[in-house]
Design a protein around this ligand. Sequence first.
Ligand code: HXC
Length: 257
Amino acid sequence: KTYEYIEVSKQDQLGLIALNRPKVLNAINRPMVSEILDAMESFETDIGVRAIVLSGKGRAFAAGADIDEMANDNAIDFELRNQFKDWDRLAMIKKPIIGAVQGFALGGGFELALCCDLLYSADDAEFGFPEVNLGVMPGAGGTQRLTKLAGKTKAMEWLFTGKRISAREALHHGIVNQLISKELLMEETMKAAEQIANQAPISIRLIKEAILKAVDTPLNEGMEFERKNFYLLFSTDDQKEGMQAFIEKRKPHFKGK
Ligand code: HXC
């Protein structure tokens, strides 16, 4: 399958998606979002793929939603098009998504990064929500996800001012997992992704589901949810294999069943 705005490939057990509109710093237009979703959905059902790596080609991860495309939009267009349906679906992908951010991750680009489960950041990355400067605000989860991650205090400051968040600040506020030199970003991100790809896939899947549940449910509901997922893992072959391997003092071989 060929895509116009992204580059998609597979390497070992990883599904790779790279935003590929470098001339406009990977500005995210609607077809690009559909393509990202399409690629993620095919990786989601591909048993050979255990983790997805999302990155951007060129000097940015993504400098935001495509302003040229949005400039003449109006409220009813958005409503009738159900503008964010692909974004909603992106957030429901069940396999782990590992993001590699270099350069700018602004506006919709930052929101896309916030849809990742793990984020590796080049030292030079700059995050931010400049929407306020355009007379708008984030619409694909920015106010919600950033606030849940970093808290109300910094979210208000960053979103009111539109100022950039350095990679170091992003690390400090729990927005990214690790800083890596620009030269090694992809290599190190791939290593981290491989490591996750070697874990028991259904464990990873149900852990992801349970952690995302924690973000928006009261503790007792989340506890109930966690428990059901814990029980469920005991009907996998991988649980038997994982525990048997421990007992036999050997490495487990997980099949994702
Ligand atoms: C369309 C964009 C773009 C964007 C950059 N470009 N960002 N085109 N939409 N979001 C284009 C530029 O117009 C330019 O095209 C080329 O990419 C290179 O960018 P420059 O501005 O020349 O580069 P530089 O001077 O290094 O400045 C980089 C920058 C700046 C600071 C990131 O490009 C910038 O401020 N971009 C917009 C950032 C932004 O406001 N993002 C939020 C968008 S709103 P030409 O043809 O001139 O070479 C949003 C809402 C999300 O995301 C809603 C939910 C999805």
